[in-house]
Each structure stands twice: as structure tokens, then as C-alpha cells.
Write a protein that binds this ligand. Structure first.
Ligand code: NAD
Length: 270
């Protein structure tokens, strides 16, 4: 069911790789709710060509941008305003990548050049997006910026490796830029801490299936799906959440507030 929650709103959605991506599901929901947007991803991800399918369905233009490149971001933001016919009301940062995780490096044997890349792609890029938007005066008053994160920023999940540090940086940027943008333009900035979700980035973490099942057992509502997450993002882009800013919002079926569950007790009972 759609409610026209985003009617007349314009924005940019980063990170739709394939139909499992949280950003992909979000694009479909935003469209359904009356929003218009451009889609973007790293030039390498374009080679898969999938994003063009989504663009066609949504009537959206695709503008490639490496989220670590200020030049690409500047081009993306100015072109988006041109294509959409005005300033923006929302931005979704749905980006994560760690070369160390991808290449299965142990946490005691990290490649530091790759570590810096992880931080840049998955953390600092959030700052770059907002700084570029601020300099171009691209966001309307009461605009909403959302980035996706994971609870490994607060608690250790061994195989999450240096992505845990990147997510801590990302969440901290959400607070600091949220303060700045709030004072400047009443723009709100939040991070959403999502349950494990079966996507390309998710499945790239070794042992993913086990911590997916563990989180499922540890959450009274079960794991939040990518589609649930898309709905929550729509709410955060809408005017119904206009006084929420600088928050790390848990979207995890109750996982983060649960100590143990009957399901787990049963499973571990000898
Ligand atoms: N899947 C999960 O379990 C889970 C849980 C919590 C949070 N998240 C977060 O959700 C977000 C979206 O991930 P997803 O699960 O939909 O997976 P996904 O693999 O579909 O999306 C990750 C995206 O990041 C993009 N990306 C990588 N490097 C980039 C760069 N340099 N510039 C621009 N884009 C780049 C990829 O092309 C891809 O589209 C990520 O921030 C991820 O960490 C995922």
C-alpha cells in the first residue's frame, strides 16, 4: 500500500547493485511513494548493467560516481539537481566494501592500504557526500540524509573485521554532520543499523549464514528484511520523522536490546 509520503520530493540513491540490494528495494518504495531520484553506483558496479533495469522501472537516470571521489560526487550532485529540476530532499548512502574482508585477510594480518580504503569507501564517503552537498547548497530545508550501518560498530563480530571501524566512523560522522546540517539548514542526518540481510555485501562476510541465523534467534521479531528496511528509510525521508536527527536507529527486530531468548536456550541446552 502506498501513501504518497514522498510526493514532490527529490533525491539521490547510492548503492543499488542488484535486486537484493537494500538500495534497490528502497528505490522501488520511494518511487511507489511518489518520490523522484537519480540512481548512482561506482563505475565498476555499472559493468554488471543491472542498475539500468532498475532505472527503467523507476524512470530514473543513472549517474555513475565513485563515492570516494569528490569530483564524481560534485558532478553527481549538480547533474541530479539538473535532471530532477531542483534542490534535493533526501539522500541514501547505502555503500560498504572492505578489500580486507573481500580478500579474507585475518584481523591480525590486515593490509593497511586496504584498511584505509575500507574507511574511505564505507565511512569517510558519507562525509564527502554531505560536504559536497553543502558546498553546492543542494539540500532543501528539512531534507533528510540516511546511511546504513551495522551493530558491529558497537559490539565485536569477528568476521566483520575492519568494516567495524568503518561503521563506527560512519555513525560518528552522522552525529557530527547532523549537528552542523541541522544548525545550517534544518537538514537531518541519521544512520540505520540494519539486521543481517542476504545481499552481496552481507554474503561477503564469512560465516554470514551463521550470524544471520543467530540474529534471527536473538530477535523477538526476527531479522528485519531489506524490504522492511526500505519502508523505514521511506519513513525517515518523509515529513513524519522531521524532528529525528543525529541518531543511530536500530532496525533489527529487537536484537540489540535482547540478552538471550528461549530459542537460543533450547538450542544450547544439553
Ligand atoms: N547486508 C547486510 O547484512 C547489512 C547489514 C547492515 C548494514 N548493511 C549495510 O547496508 C548497505 C548496503 O549494502 P547491501 O547489503 O544492500 O549490499 P550491496 O552489496 O547490494 O550494496 C553495497 C553497495 O556499495 C557499492 N559500493 C562499493 N564501493 C563503492 C564506491 N567506491 N562508490 C560507490 N558505491 C560503492 C556497491 O557497488 C554496492 O552497490 C551497506 O552500507 C552495508 O554495510 C548491510
Amino acid at each position: 500500500m502506498a501513501y504518497n509520503l514522498l510526493k514532490g520530493k527529490r533525491g539521490i540513491i547510492f548503492g543499488a547493485l542488484d535486486e537484493n540490494s537494500i538500495a534497490w528495494k528502497t528505490a522501488l518504495k520511494v518511487k511507489e511513494e511518489g518520490g523522484s531520484f537519480t540512481l548512482t553506483n561506482a563505475p565498476i558496479a555499472m559493468r554488471m548493467g543491472k542498475i539500468n533495469e532498475l532505472a527503467k522501472t523507476c524512470g530514473a537516470e543513472v549517474i555513475p560516481a565513485d563515492a570516494t571521489s569528490e569530483q564524481d560526487l560534485s558532478n553527481l550532485i549538480s547533474k541530479s539537481m539538473e535532471v530532477l529540476g531542483g534542490k534535493l530532499d533526501f539522500i541514501l548512502h547505502s555503500i560498504g566494501m572492505s578489500p580486507n574482508v573481500r580478500k579474507d585477510k585475518a584481523y591480525g594480518d590486515l593490509n593497511y592500504d586496504w584498511f584505509l580504503k575500507t574507511l574511505d569507501i564505507s565511512g569517510v564517503s558519507f562525509h564527502k557526500v554531505m560536504q559536497t552537498a553543502e558546498k553546492a547548497d543542494a539540500l532543501n530545508e528539512w531534507g533528510s540524509v540516511v546511511a546504513l550501518t551495522y551493530i558491529a560498530a558497537q559490539r565485536t563480530f569477528p568476521d566483520y573485521s575492519d568494516m567495524a571501524q568503518a561503521k563506527s566512523v560512519l555513525e560518528s560522522i552522522g552525529r557530527s554532520y547532523g549537528y552542523r546540517y541541522g544548525k545550517l539548514k534544518n537538514v537531518r542526518v541519521n544512520t540505520i543499523s540494519q539486521s543481517p540481510t542476504k545481499t552481496t555485501a552481507g554474503a561477503g562476510i564469512s560465516g554470514f549464514d551463521v550470524f544471520y541465523d543467530y540474529a534471527q534467534m536473538m530477535s523477538p521479531l526476527g531479522n528485519a528484511s531489506a524490504e522492511d528496511c526500505a519502508n523505514y528509510i521511506v519513513l525517515m525521508f518523509s515529513d513524519y520523522s522531521r524532528m529525528v536527527t543525529m541518531q543511530n536507529l536500530m532496525h533489527d527486530g529487537g536484537f540489540s536490546a535482547t540478552g538471550i531468548t528461549e530459542d537460543l536456550i533450547e538450542r544450547l541446552s544439553k
